[in-house]
Design a protein around this ligand. Structure first.
Ligand SMILES: NC(=O)c1ccc[n+]([C@@H]2O[C@H](COP(=O)([O-])OP(=O)(O)OC[C@H]3O[C@@H](n4cnc5c(N)ncnc54)[C@H](O)[C@@H]3O)[C@@H](O)[C@H]2O)c1
Length: 311
């Protein structure tokens, strides 16, 4: 019998701090070649949205996430990100768990955003902001609060920014400009509007760019990528489907200009070099992050009152 984790079950099984630690360990295991992951496959139906098939293997388990990004869905009362995660035993192929992909995605996205910020921001960074308070932005606010930060929040939707701030113990920024000028900013918008036009990033700022995770999305202008130290989750993915793609195609940025977060975490590459530097982290979202969260959840399965499927 295979346990099934719904949204609330994933939240009960994996705390923000457990998610953060698991995702950090996954980035390290991947950088060391212990966990592996073929590039995600995009199955597109633009302009409606796209489907992604994301496999990974590591630490005795194999995973497949089948997940969507349909930006117009919230207007129809539907979530942008939906789907299913399947976790299997890597030795005998048995299916071990099925999980709600939206909940796993939100936890691992928030963990990667905050992990990158902690790794790359100035030591004296004191102001934090999350821009975009949808499903994944709200989870990022929850992660920051759980880790002792007091972020400002901003969303173009006034009701949403107020509700997220109230629910999670954060403060609404006085304006978009105030949020975007914080020492550490995490952007989780649909990527249809550039939040940082040319010349707008502040000296010493760190921005984790989480929203532009697919073709033709961008939260920052190419000119800003060119004047920052740029980090990403995975070069193959980010240079083809993420924020970086727009800078790589015209030759503004090349492989040698971009450092993977895992390399910084293992000490193989330097992170921030000075307080003045601008650091940007481009995330497209990795299946190894999902594997990390899913393993933690599986470890809690017996302690939770879960539904089971005979498959
Ligand atoms: N990098 C990753 O690993 C990763 C993971 C999950 C989702 N995503 C991407 O993140 C984005 C957000 O996903 P979601 O599920 O949270 O979506 P969502 O629709 O739930 O939330 C998006 C929020 O952004 C707000 N917004 C839109 N334009 C804005 C702007 N210019 N300024 C401020 N707020 C703005 C919307 O009002 C909404 O509240 C999507 O593009 C999704 O594909 C990336």
């Amino acid at each position: 019998m295979v346990p099934v984790f719904g949204v609330a079950d994933v939240e009960r099984a994996v705390s923000p701090n457990e998610a953060y630690d698991a995702v950090r360990d996954a980035f390290i295991a991947h950088a060391r070649g212990e966990w592996s992951m073929p590039p995600k496959v995009y199955v597109t139906n633009y302009p409606a949205g796209d489907f992604r098939a994301m496999p990974a293997i590591g630490g005795g388990h194999a995973l497949l996430k089948w997940v969507t990004s349909f930006p117009g869905n919230p207007a129809r009362g539907l979530p942008t990100v939906t789907g299913l995660v399947l976790l299997s035993d890597a030795e005998d192929g048995r299916l071990l768990a099925m999980l709600d992909a939206g909940a796993v995605t939100a936890l691992r996205t928030a963990a990667a955003a905050v992990l990158a910020a902690d790794t790359l921001c100035r030591q004296d960074a004191s102001s934090y902001a999350v821009v975009g308070c949808g499903v994944n932005g709200a989870e990022t606010v929850r992660m920051l609060v759980a880790r002792g930060n007091s972020p400002l929040v901003w969303d173009v939707d006034e009701g949403r920014r107020r509700k997220v701030a109230e629910r999670l113990g954060a403060e609404v920024a006085p304006s978009a400009a105030d949020a975007l000028a914080s020492d550490v900013v995490i952007t989780v918008t649909p990527g249809s509007t550039v939040l940082y036009p040319p010349g707008s990033l502040q000296r010493g700022q760190h921005v984790s760019l989480m929203g532009a995770d697919g073709p033709s999305k961008a939260e920052v202008a190419v000119d800003e990528l060119a004047r920052a130290r740029v980090f990403c989750d995975d070069w193959e993915q980010a240079s083809h489907g993420g924020e970086l793609a727009a800078a790589v195609e015209p030759g503004v940025i090349a492989r040698a200009d971009v450092t993977e977060l895992g390399a910084v975490l293992t000490g193989a590459a330097p992170g921030r070099l000075s307080d003045e530097e601008l650091t940007l982290f481009d995330s497209t979202g990795l299946a190894i992050q999902d594997l990390a969260i899913t393993k933690v959840a599986l470890g809690k399965a017996d302690a939770l009152d879960l539904q089971h499927l005979d498959v």
